[in-house]
Design a protein around this ligand. Sequence first.
Ligand code: ATP
Length: 253
Amino acid sequence: MLAVNELYKYYREFPAVAGVSFQVNPGEIVGLLGPNGAGKTTLLRCISGILALSAGQVAINGFDLIQNPREAKQRLAFVPEVPSLYELLTVREHLRFIAMCFNRLERYERIGDRLLLKFDLLEKADEFVATLSKGMKQKLAVACALVHDANVLLLDEPLIGIDPRGAREFKVELTEQRDAGNAILISTHLLDTAERFCDRVIILAKGKKIAEGTMEQLRAASNMAGATLEDVFLRLTEEHESAIPIFGPPPVV
Ligand code: ATP
């Protein structure tokens, strides 16, 4: 389970994430949505431990990220928007190396080739990572997250650049991960995918959480019976845009 409590991240004076709290429970896929610059990547990077929090707490399966970073990170996998991979390892070596780092060699031996096959990487298994296309690198990053067998998966725009077959396999894999009781947080701008695929969504705007819930809860909260997630998202983010200017001159009255 992932628990985030009153998380703040400032870049100098600028609050990129401003007091966000939520949980992702075991067996749940939660979509993290928001306009450009809402703070999604910053939030995911804070939860993964790549960026230091300015304030707040993050717990992974009960382990506090600051107090027990090793235990927390052992249970967490993060696929960043632009994966940074070891270019001079081969694809197979890379997957094996990540498995080794997380003490999952046995799992690599068992499912490594199946993962490479699923993501159409088996024929590239002995090629250097540097020679992969952008989408192939993205697929390898996802395969690395899956070989790690984490309890909490964080994915930042994972479907960008992945072909339709890879996207289908990815969704099947994530559904299996959810059914196995893992907690998944996935940032995306693909609202139709989020609507079909996520159990709940969280909407950020200007660093704040402005909505959270199932589709039904969001429709009810915004008085939009039968609306799509796109309709609800646009309504809520537009309302927020006009209601709470964080920066800039005070509203003229
Ligand atoms: P997108 O949908 O465009 O990927 P996002 O929701 O992921 O956006 P972030 O990348 O988290 O948004 O950025 C949130 C805010 O923080 C933006 O205003 C951005 O300009 C600012 N920001 C991000 N990184 C830095 C940085 N290193 N230094 C200063 N400001 C930053």
